[in-house]
Design a protein around this ligand. Structure first.
Ligand SMILES: Cc1cc2nc3c(=O)[nH]c(=O)nc-3n(C[C@H](O)[C@H](O)[C@H](O)COP(=O)(O)OP(=O)(O)OC[C@H]3O[C@@H](n4cnc5c(N)ncnc54)[C@H](O)[C@@H]3O)c2cc1C
Length: 581
């Protein structure tokens, strides 16, 4: 038995390794228990957004990105179809309002940059800093259970197969398959939305170096794979010699790789949807029998920590507490910012990552005593709300973009295409969304603004004829833009209402999970949300608008100008009505 520590950290992954190092630097005696200290070989956590790089700079860990053959990423290239793409780039420092914070940009010309790398090398680099940090002790051992006070249930420490360790605070950072989440994590359990299948491609498979590629397969899939669902694919360099391809396979169940079903799905359904260079690189790897690796993509809303009796003395962080779809590569950015805030509130006060950055998060001296749980608890409450600005932007963006990009549906097709056209406009239509995605603009209102701007722009494009597709045509792959006539406006109004309604369905449930402590989701997701109630004014006004537009159309088609027009589709009906009179 040992009581020589202030904090015990379970897991030395992304969060565990970074947090132990920064807590050690902030004067705490830290014990880290990691079940496997060898280099991990996984397809997670390979692209770090500039916002995550900024957090690493504040933690004093930016040098962990050096010496691991990390590749700079300067932005994204979005493919609407194999032929149509648009580039969106991380902002220049002067383009970001200073209220979003400042840090050292990594790129030339003061541009923010991200980094992509081999996950294993990155973790080993973080662990090397952790092992070199004064005050930090690391032991290779799997934690099997938590030790509770028999009297008040407070967590006192952890057990491994060979020993028990004690400290005033235990931090659980045991990742996506957390052993402790169910009992201690919070109100929610993760829900698997899809899987990523990962494969390594040769370096020349990347079409634009230093850019993450997001390939929206839906349009191509409609042409080639009628009844098969195809999710988006991601392509990015993870080293000078390797390109990573991640293919999203929608739904909670993955075809089996052992009986060849997954390989068949990839070669017959996914390969034809990809830009030809990437598609043929994938086909070649499949032919060679290259190993496929898979991971579930889950959604787990965040929970306030340390509030229930059995959580006293315990903080659950990282993927064990909060997950979002990895489409936007935001998990590590959220994780490193959690490390920044937790070091700020749990350190001795001698040093804080926020020292020269943000003075709006004061920690009272009484909260520096980690055994004073009431004080620590109030700081955890403050952390829960402080982290929201950035974490909720990344969570909402990831989940809503995945719905937009991954779910086959006519109305979402309009939104998806509208989103692509919005990016094509450039300027603020790119700067805003990319700053949100990069984790550089922790501003939920900015996110809501751009999301609904996309929805309104999509509707506008529809009325202009740039996006108008007959109902059902998109799902048949027949969508051809055509200028709608005045007579089609009522149908367009219905469609516009549906598009706006779907936009609400996509974003409001995730917003709700971020703002409510006990939430639920609308029907088609696992958590039913009270969405219809708050939306009743929207539905009522939609009905009124539709009624008025129908009346206008009725009057319009019977007006002197149009009543006898041979193009008027109501000509026969009007003639019939007139003959009755
Ligand atoms: C497919 C996929 C791709 C992703 N891609 C990206 C990306 O490109 N960019 C990005 O920012 N995020 C990405 N993410 C998210 C990111 O990987 C996670 O948010 C991040 O790794 C979470 O860190 P963590 O410390 O919570 O968990 P981990 O990094 O998984 O660390 C958990 C650690 O705990 C250890 N452990 C587990 N149980 C025990 C135990 N009982 N005792 C002791 N040790 C234990 C494990 O060995 C491990 O070392 C991706 C996620 C997925 C699923």
């Amino acid at each position: 038995m040992s009581e020589a520590y202030d904090v015990i950290v379970v897991g030395a992954g992304v969060v565990g390794a970074a947090l132990s190092t920064s807590l050690g630097r902030a004067g705490r005696r830290v014990l880290v228990l990691e079940r496997d200290m060898s280099e991990p070989d996984r397809i997670v956590g390979e692209l770090l957004q500039p916002g995550g790089v900024r957090a690493m700079q504040l933690l004093g860990l930016a040098d962990a990105l050096e010496g691991i053959d990390a590749v700079q990423t300067v932005g994204y290239q979005i493919f609407l179809s194999p032929e149509e793409n648009v580039r969106i780039q991380y902002p220049h420092i002067a383009e970001l309002p200073s209220r979003y914070g400042r840090s050292e940009p990594l790129g030339p010309d003061m541009h923010y940059e991200g980094r992509s790398f081999h996950h294993g090398q990155f973790i080993m680099s973080l662990r090397a800093r952790m092992l070199a940090q004064k005050n930090v002790t690391a032991i290779e051992a799997a934690v099997t259970s938590l030790v509770h006070d028999a009297h008040d249930q407070r967590v006192l420490g952890v057990r491994t197969n060979t020993a028990s360790y004690y400290a005033p605070i235990t931090i659980v950072a045991d990742g996506i398959f957390s052993k402790f989440r169910k009992e201690y994590g919070g109100a929610y359990q993760p829900k698997v939305w899809s899987h990523f299948v990962g494969i390594e491609l040769p370096p020349d498979a990347v079409l634009t170096p230093k850019h993450g590629h997001v390939i929206l397969n839906q349009k191509a899939a409609k042409m080639t794979a009628q009844n098969q669902q195809v999710g988006p694919a991601l392509v990015y360099q993870i080293g000078p010699d390797v390109t990573r391809l991640l293919v999203d396979v929608p739904g909670p169940v993955l075809p089996s790789a052992s009986n060849g079903a997954l390989q068949r799905y990839l070669s017959s359904v996914v390969v034809p949807c990809l830009p030809s260079k990437i598609g043929s690189a994938l086909a070649q790897e499949l032919e060679k029998g290259t190993r496929l690796r898979t991971m579930p993509n889950s959604f787990l809303p965040p929970s306030m920590q340390g509030m229930r009796q059995q959580q006293f003395g315990l903080i659950v962080v990282g993927d064990a507490m909060n997950m979002r779809h990895p489409l936007t590569g935001g998990g590590m950015t959220v994780a490193f910012w959690d490390c920044v805030y937790l070091t700020h509130i749990l350190g001795t006060g001698a040093w804080s990552p926020l020292d020269a950055y943000d003075d709006s998060f004061p920690v009272p001296a009484s909260a520096r005593d980690l055994s004073n749980w009431t004080e620590v608890q109030s700081m955890l409450r403050a952390w829960h709300w402080k982290r929201k600005k950035l974490a909720s932007v990344i969570n909402i963006l990831a989940m809503s973009l995945y719905s937009l990009f991954g779910v086959p549906n006519d109305h979402l097709t309009i939104l998806r295409t509208g989103c692509f056209r919005y990016f094509e406009r450039g300027g603020d239509c790119v700067r805003g969304p990319i700053s949100l995605l990069a984790g550089l603009a922790p501003d939920p209102l900015l996110l809501v603004y751009h999301f609904f701007s996309v929805a309104v722009y999509s509707v506008l494009l529809m009325f202009r004829g740039d996006l108008f597709v007959p109902i059902g045509a998109a799902s048949k792959g027949l969508a051809k833009p055509q200028r709608p006539s005045f007579l089609q406006w009522p149908v367009l109004c219905v469609r516009a209402i549906m598009v706006m309604t779907y936009a609400c369905f996509v974003i409001f449930p995730v917003i709700y999970t971020e703002t409510s402590s006990k939430m639920a989701f609308f029907g088609f997701r696992a958590y039913p949300t009270p969405i219809l109630k708050p939306l009743w004014p929207f539905f009522a006004s939609s009905a009124i608008v539709y009624y008025c537009v129908s009346k206008m159309q009725y009057a319009g088609v019977r007006s002197e100008t149009y009543a006898k027009d041979p193009k008027n589709p109501y000509l026969k009906q009007i003639a019939k009505e007139q003959s009755h009179h």
